[in-house]
Design a binder for this molecule. Structure first.
Ligand SMILES: [Cu+2]
Length: 108
């Protein structure tokens, strides 16, 4: 019992204190895998991007920020718009791209 508590406390100190932060957008106009790939490629190039997730069917585009860095929603909107798609909703969420991916896939 005591041993379990000690190892849990140790684990907590080893985990990074920074919470994941992502920008999640709803994007209209993506019709095929190339659309999704193009957006993913553009957003991956942004300096603060850690990971990108695009779901064609659910019209979801999510970008996770590197630890301690901020993603600019305006820049993300501009990148997606420049590529020829419409951003209909954009929000910052305290989740990782992996979480958003799991959440989106769960809706199918
Ligand atoms: Cu396409």
């Amino acid at each position: 019992m005591k041993k379990t508590f000690i190892s849990l406390a140790l684990l907590a100190t080893l985990l990074p204190a920074v919470a994941a932060e992502s920008v999640k957008a709803t994007v209209n106009g993506m019709v095929c895998a190339f659309c999704a790939q193009g957006i993913e490629k553009r957003l991956s190039k942004l300096p603060a991007t850690k990971a990108v997730f695009v779901d064609l069917k659910q019209k979801v585009v999510a970008v996770e920020a590197k630890d301690g860095q901020k993603l600019d929603g305006k820049v993300i909107t501009a990148e997606i718009t420049d590529a020829g798609y419409d951003v209909v909703k954009l929000e910052t969420v305290g989740k990782s791209v992996a979480d958003i991916k799991a959440e989106t896939r769960g809706k199918k």
